[in-house]
Ligand binder design. Structure first.
Ligand code: HEM
Length: 627
């Protein structure tokens, strides 16, 4: 009884100390600790905290009340809060962070009173009622909380930016997100430099977000990219456009790269490149490998060849011709293009949080590197487009572009020119975006796929069996072969679950939405955090297990419900290159599995880094042994 009474008074004193910004008192902390985390305030005390509190005892969450203080919540609750080895980011320090306690994360839901980020205790029901003006949500909790009450990582954008810089979070953003969800619960706000986002992880919230994206879904604009187009007076492609302008281009591009009629046209081109990659690798293994002839193995970092493969494949689809990157003397220009894309990606993340217009004016080297990388991408793409354009135009008046290409598929560029619905300027803008977007996005997941297949030999063997059967029945038709080997698709999904190329997908909802019982106003940038979601045991069973079969609908599959496979985004704005990427990666894996056994020297997890896309810190070495 005494301990409860002491704790009740301590809780009230703690509230007022926070409210009036007085220093903390450890005697009170100990009183609160002695009752193990819960204090029930009698009416007369709760009235002191909030005069409008209803005349009944209200549960008071000790952990929440002491949010801004420095002791560890683990010590107090005896519960293990952080579920990963990632250190919890310094979110609960001087700026204070109000943690959401959600049953999903194994912590009890808040009851009546909450220590807010500003350090005051708020009666949530009353506050929510006032602020949400009576918005009622279906389900257990009655009143919606305001946007400001969403747990956050610190109010001051520039302070946070400094922290990001000092602690190297730009390169470890995915780990920072994972740690922050573990610390704050399934929703939090983040303000870094010029960027403000609400970050979410749960499929139910993700569903709510995407259902409110409207007819013209909008993402956060990558401003450094847009600024480059503006200062160089290049037209923008779909990646950077919004509204009706975006939609009209997108509808035309969908027909050429996303719809199944288009897929059937370009699959043979991707298959040809995948087969040639295998032939090139076979020669290399034979030439440089060890072991007896015909059964040699070679341990290499396959990443440079995978980048060349990805560029060769996307160029074949876009221009309908091979650029010869597997020859003994691949063009230096193409290699420069690959480096330029890498440079452009690596310089983007820091520029996203800084006022890049200012950097542009002062000629900061970060901006110069970024703009130069884009200039190189544009000039290389332009040269390719011109070459292809001349080739196709030279046949003008002699029938269609397909005929001009010798009766073959003339590539996406030829198709767009043939139809003439998009101006030449917009064709160039979009083809350049497709070319720049089509290299690292597929080359990097293929590295992860080789690594995971190498360290999971049983999985590898199972997929190989399925691929062999399907290939034998397909009679050389690559589309039929892929359809008969769903585990290949499972590998791609599994790789992108554990190593999503883009670690977030974001939207600006067109109307106010309720996420985790907080009201999020229309127009807020809400980010779905794919990396922590893919590794969360609350979203996937046994998440660290590489199991392509989990995505199969039939026997052995886990019947994965909606809004969990989002690496390519969602809906009308999803990745336009999705079908190219999926088929290109599956075809390469199919031919590799038919010809090689894959193994790895070390099965330890790969360290990853974020450079706008998620990549291995050091590309893994893979052993290819001829079957
Ligand atoms: C594994 C490979 C890839 C992944 C994981 C990926 C992922 C994504 C994601 C998450 C988006 C944003 C979608 C959204 O907001 O809902 C996107 C957009 C886009 N992607 Fe990809 N992508 C991949 C490959 C490619 C390829 C090969 C190309 C080009 C051929 C490409 C071109 C684009 C373009 C142009 C957009 C902008 C679409 C729009 O805003 O309408 N991507 N991609």
């Amino acid at each position: 009884m005494n301990a409860q009474k002491n704790a009740q008074r301590a809780a009230v004193r703690a509230h007022f100390r926070r409210k009036y910004q007085l220093s903390e008192n450890w005697t009170d902390t100990n009183h609160l600790r002695s009752v193990g985390g819960k204090v029930f305030l009698p009416h007369e005390l709760s009235k002191m905290i909030h005069p409008e509190t209803k005349p009944k005892d209200e549960g008071f969450n000790l952990l929440r009340a002491f949010q801004g203080l420095t002791f560890s919540t683990t010590t107090l609750s005896g519960r293990k809060h952080s579920r990963t080895a990632t250190p919890i980011p310094a979110t609960s320090g001087s700026q204070g962070a109000c943690r959401s306690r959600n049953p999903f994360f194994g912590v009890t839901p808040e009851r009546a009173l909450c220590m807010t980020a500003a350090g005051t205790v708020a009666d949530e029901k009353l506050k929510g009622r006032k602020e949400a003006q009576g918005v009622r949500k279906r389900g257990a909790r009655a009143w919606v909380q305001s946007f400001e009450e969403i747990p956050h990582t610190g109010k001051y954008g520039w302070v946070n930016l400094m922290k990001f810089w000092r602690q190297g979070y730009f390169r470890q953003l995915h780990k920072h997100m994972e740690g922050t969800f573990n610390a704050l619960g399934p929703i939090y706000r983040e303000h870094v430099g010029t960027q403000k986002t609400v970050n979410i992880i749960l499929p139910s919230d993700i569903a709510e977000l995407f259902q409110s994206e409207g007819r013209l879904p909008q993402r956060m604009t990558l401003k450094p990219w847009a600024t480059h187009r503006e200062i160089r007076q290049h037209s923008k492609g779909i990646f950077l456009k919004n509204g009706e302008e975006w939609r009209s281009d997108r509808v035309l591009l969908n027909k050429e790269v996303l719809m199944s009629s288009a897929v059937q046209r370009f699959i043979p081109l991707l298959d040809e490149v995948a087969r040639d990659f295998c032939k090139m690798l076979q020669k290399k293994v034979e030439r440089e490998g060890i072991g007896q002839k015909g059964k040699r193995s070679l341990t290499v970092d396959p990443s440079p060849d995978l980048f060349r493969f990805a560029l060769e494949a996307i160029c074949n689809v876009l221009y309908g011709e091979r650029i010869g990157l597997f020859s003994s003397s691949p063009s230096l220009e193409s290699q420069k293009f690959i480096w330029a894309v890498e440079q452009m990606l690596a310089t983007t993340p820091p520029l996203l949080y800084l006022p890049h217009q200012l950097l542009l004016h002062i000629g900061a080297s970060l901006w110069t590197q970024h703009a130069t990388a884009w200039d190189n991408i544009f000039s290389h793409a332009d040269a390719r487009i011109q070459k292809c354009y001349r080739r196709l135009s030279s046949f003008q008046g002699q029938g269609s572009k397909a005929e001009a290409a010798g009766g073959q598929y003339p590539g996406v560029l030829g198709q767009l020119m043939e139809k003439g619905q998009l101006s030449l300027d917009l064709i160039k803008a979009n083809i350049t975006e497709l070319m720049a977007g089509g290299v690292d996005t597929t080359a990097v997941p293929l590295q992860f796929a080789f690594f995971e297949l190498g360290r999971n030999p049983e999985v590898q063997e199972k997929v190989r069996q399925q691929v062999r059967t399907s290939w034998a029945l397909a009679d050389g038709d690559p589309l039929v072969a892929l359809q008969g080997a769903p585990l290949l698709r499972g590998i791609i999904k599994e790789v992108l679950r554990l190593y999503p190329v883009g670690i977030t997908v974001n939207r600006m909802p067109v109307k106010d939405i309720i996420l985790q019982n907080y009201r999020v106003p229309a127009g807020t940038t809400v980010s779905v955090c794919l990396y922590p979601m893919g590794r969360s045991s609350d979203v996937f069973d046994d998440p660290m297990r590489f199991d392509p079969g989990r995505w199969s609908s039939g026997k052995g599959g886990q019947r994965i419900s909606g809004f969990r496979s989002l690496a390519f985004g969602f809906g009308a704005r999803q990745c336009v290159g999705r079908r190219i990427a999926e088929n290109e990666m599956q075809l390469l894996l199919m031919h590799i599995l038919l010809n090689f056994n894959i193994s790895v020297l070390s099965t330890e997890d790969i360290k990853t880094t974020h450079t706008l896309i998620l990549q291995p810190e050091t590309p893994p070495k893979i052993t290819f042994s001829k079957l």
